[in-house]
Write a protein that binds this ligand. Structure first.
Ligand SMILES: [Zn+2]
Length: 477
């Protein structure tokens, strides 16, 4: 009998919920009896899965922005999760946690310098939390293009996980990983997850009510008979949102524990995870990918930039919002690059290094002086620090959740506008440059088809609350 291995990947992530001006998550009534959704999902999913030891049994990634919230809310659970990856690392020499690019940005829609920042910040965050280098990186929405994969490989990331329809070949064999050729003679390994199993686990609760049944009668039947007869090793990967296990579906944290540790063993399946699998079975075949594709939009990455059938109703606001933020990001960058060039600092090296300030490893002053190669005056340091804070907000405005749903009046796109307002405010504080007029013009076209709410209205009211001079009649505080 050949090796038949099985792995579950959980992508744990929540949209950022903090008000960017206060840093505090407002009360979310739908999350009752908890204060907000992060706390409720924590109680229903992150905590029980950590207590059950599931983070040792599966392949997983935790979005950096979620992990940083969890670190302050419940450091004990963070320690449990990290210890479970470490246990595997000590036993096998490879861990089961994967990194994730920092904000939940659809990377194929980003320019190269943003992709690099997202990947570098994601790696630095992973190293900070897990105390080791990441071998694999999860891409938000598994959105991929060759440039993104090349940047991963340039940063020594060995593998990622994609949906099977992202492969450029309809007869994909999902029981083994593939190598994808990249620019500069580089390559990256891709695990394409099993579509039927992953969809079933995510959207058909009746399929996952009994782990023994699922392992024996569903998973075990998906292996290829021909390969089994020839003694060839096979791996099947289920990929899903981690919140499925306990939050979206009750008791699935227990289902997961039994599936991976008891039920699959009884069904003759071996437990593995991508990094462990690669130790014994490096990829043998090559595959090319379809550029600009993802796991939750079957129209490429249109869901996050325009109208497609994934979300009903008038979706024109998505294109206008993307366009407005692209222009705003360019304008913020121009101010940033000009200001840094004037003091002979490489703006992108500085921005990429800023993650160490975010993580509290060094102070902003240390980083700025280090990049400058000399000691700058306090006023200069303060100004550059404000520009770096603006760059952090500017990364957050591209959080994919802002475009994921059907309507602009939801909290997720309005949060992205809040990050934009804060980025504009910080840029003005640092340099006096006012990016508001152009942004107001661009956001006027962003209209909620359900409530008539417009992007510029949201933007203006946020700036009013933040005492932006033109809207509040007050000077900056
Ligand atoms: Zn779509």
């Amino acid at each position: 009998m050949s090796v038949r291995s099985f792995s579950v990947h959980g992508h744990f992530y929540q949209p950022p919920r903090e008000n960017p001006f206060s840093g505090v998550i407002p009360r979310e009534f739908g999350a009752s009896p908890y204060h907000n959704w992060n706390e409720r999902i924590h109680a229903e999913c992150y905590l029980p899965n950590a207590q059950l030891g599931n983070f040792e049994r599966i392949s997983f990634n935790i979005g950096p922005t979620l992990f940083s919230w969890m670190k302050s809310y419940d450091p004990d659970t963070c320690r449990l999760i990290i210890a479970q990856d470490r246990a595997n690392f000590q036993r096998y020499g490879v861990g089961n946690a994967m990194a994730q690019s920092y904000n939940h940005t659809i990377l194929p829609l980003s320019p190269r310098h943003d992709k690099e920042t997202q990947v570098k910040w994601g790696i630095a965050e992973f190293e900070h939390r897990f105390g080791r280098k990441p071998q694999g990186m999860w891409l938000p929405e598994t959105a991929a293009d060759l440039e993104t994969l090349t940047i991963l490989a340039e940063h020594d990331i060995e593998f990622t996980i994609l949906a099977p329809w992202q492969a450029d070949y309809y007869q994909l064999d999902p029981t083994e990983p593939y190598r994808v050729a990249l620019a500069g003679g580089k390559s990256i390994t891709v695990f394409f997850y099993d579509q039927d199993l992953s969809t079933g686990v995510s959207f058909n609760p009746s399929l996952t009510s009994n782990a023994d049944y699922f392992a024996r009668n569903v998973v075990a039947t998906r292996f290829l008979a021909e390969k089994s007869q020839q003694g060839e090793p096979q791996i099947l990967l289920i990929a899903s949102d981690g919140e499925l296990y306990g939050h979206h579906q009750q008791f699935r944290d227990r289902f997961l524990a039994h599936l991976v540790d008891g039920a699959s063993l009884s069904a003759g399946l071996e437990k593995t995870y991508p990094a462990l699998w690669l130790k014994s079975y490096p990829p043998r075949k090559w595959m090319s990918i379809r550029e600009g594709t993802s796991w939750s939009c079957h129209h490429g990455v249109v869901r996050w930039m325009g109208e497609c059938e994934c979300t009903p109703g008038d979706g024109r606001w998505k294109a206008y919002l993307r366009q407005a933020f692209n222009r705003l990001a360019n304008n913020i960058d121009q101010v940033y690059v000009d200001s840094l060039s004037a003091v002979q600092i490489d703006p992108w090296e500085l921005r990429n290094g800023y993650i160490h300030v975010i993580l509290g490893e060094i102070s902003a002053e240390q980083l700025i002086n280090q990049c400058a190669g000399r000691t700058l005056e306090a006023a200069q340091v303060e100004r550059i620090n404000l520009l770096l804070e603006a760059q952090r907000e500017r990364q957050r405005i591209f959080t994919s959740c802002g475009w994921y749903f059907d309507d602009f009046s939801r909290i997720e796109p309005r949060n992205n506008v809040a990050y934009a307002a804060q980025a504009v405010r910080l840029t003005r504080l640092a340099t006096g440059t006012d990016l508001v007029p152009q942004t107001m013009v661009d956001l006027r076209y962003v209209v909620s088809h359900k409530r008539g709410l417009r992007g510029d209205m949201v933007f203006k009211s946020l700036l009013q609350k933040a005492s932006y001079p033109e809207f509040s009649g007050k000077p900056f505080q």
